[in-house]
Write a protein that binds this ligand. Structure first.
Ligand SMILES: C[S@@+](CC[C@H](N)C(=O)[O-])C[C@H]1O[C@@H](n2cnc3c(N)ncnc32)[C@H](O)[C@@H]1O
Length: 218
């Protein structure tokens, strides 16, 4: 497994107030943005089974649960005890959300094999080593049905030397060490090698962020 020091696991007060911090830092723009992504750009449907890898406080899970109705389910996986606690508190009243303590670098329980229609990883994939990213892709492949969708919300690939200064401050001062490497990571090629075809890509904030949809062809 990757270097344990290189990690996107968030704990303590940052975990407890993760959603609030993101709202404040973005002057409450993120709230509207993520709602639009989950409700309009993610192919969920009534009865869909959705996996969120690195569920955090559960904000995305809640938004998706509104679209899938009581027949569907969102299973949110995380390993941060503080994130898991907060996500459980926030999603308690939703009958169609389950929060599970699981390291997404490790194969999922057999019960989830070919189980999900949709998988999502938001603001987390860049924080894993290239080896762990492959593990995550392979693990996701095993839990998705043929034709299932895998969504990634993350930094976009770019020429970092040409990135705006405010983005460089974010990457250099606040991000985990692997974020910069992710900016030149051959995401589409790696996904294709593992059976996922890019079927939609949206770019945001002057192309600095992406929301990409990959379809699994087994
Ligand atoms: C930046 S947060 C994003 C949370 C959520 N996806 C969102 O967009 O609000 C990344 C999350 O991934 C979780 N995480 C990190 N490494 C993980 C791992 N190996 N397995 C499961 N979750 C992990 C962290 O604990 C954290 O909750």
């Amino acid at each position: 497994m990757g270097n344990p020091k290189v990690s996107v696991v968030i704990t303590g007060w940052e975990a407890r107030y993760y959603d609030e911090i993101l709202d404040i830092v973005t002057l409450f723009q993120y709230r509207k943005f993520i709602r639009k992504l989950m409700h309009e750009e993610t192919a969920v449907f009534p009865g869909a089974r959705v996996a969120e890898l690195g569920v955090g406080n559960g904000r995305n899970a809640i938004l998706l649960s509104e679209k899938i109705g009581p027949e569907g389910v969102v299973v949110g996986f995380d390993i941060s005890p503080d994130m898991l606690k907060r996500a459980r508190e926030k999603t308690e009243k939703y009958g169609n959300i389950m929060i599970v303590n699981h390291d997404i670098r490790v194969p999922f329980e057999r019960e989830y094999e070919n189980y999900f229609d949709v998988a999502l990883i938001a603001l987390a994939f860049h924080g894993f080593t290239p080896e762990d990213r492959i593990r995550i892709i392979e693990n996701t492949k095993s839990i998705l049905k043929d034709g299932g969708k895998f969504y990634l919300l993350d930094y976009n690939q770019m020429d970092y030397s040409k990135a705006p200064f405010y983005f460089k401050i974010l990457i250099d001062k606040f991000e985990c060490p692997l974020a910069e490497e992710f900016l030149s990571y051959p995401l589409v090629e790696v996904m294709e090698k593992h059976g996922f075809k890019l079927t939609k890509k949206r770019e945001y904030v002057r192309g600095l962020f992406q929301y990409s949809e990959f379809t699994l062809i087994k």
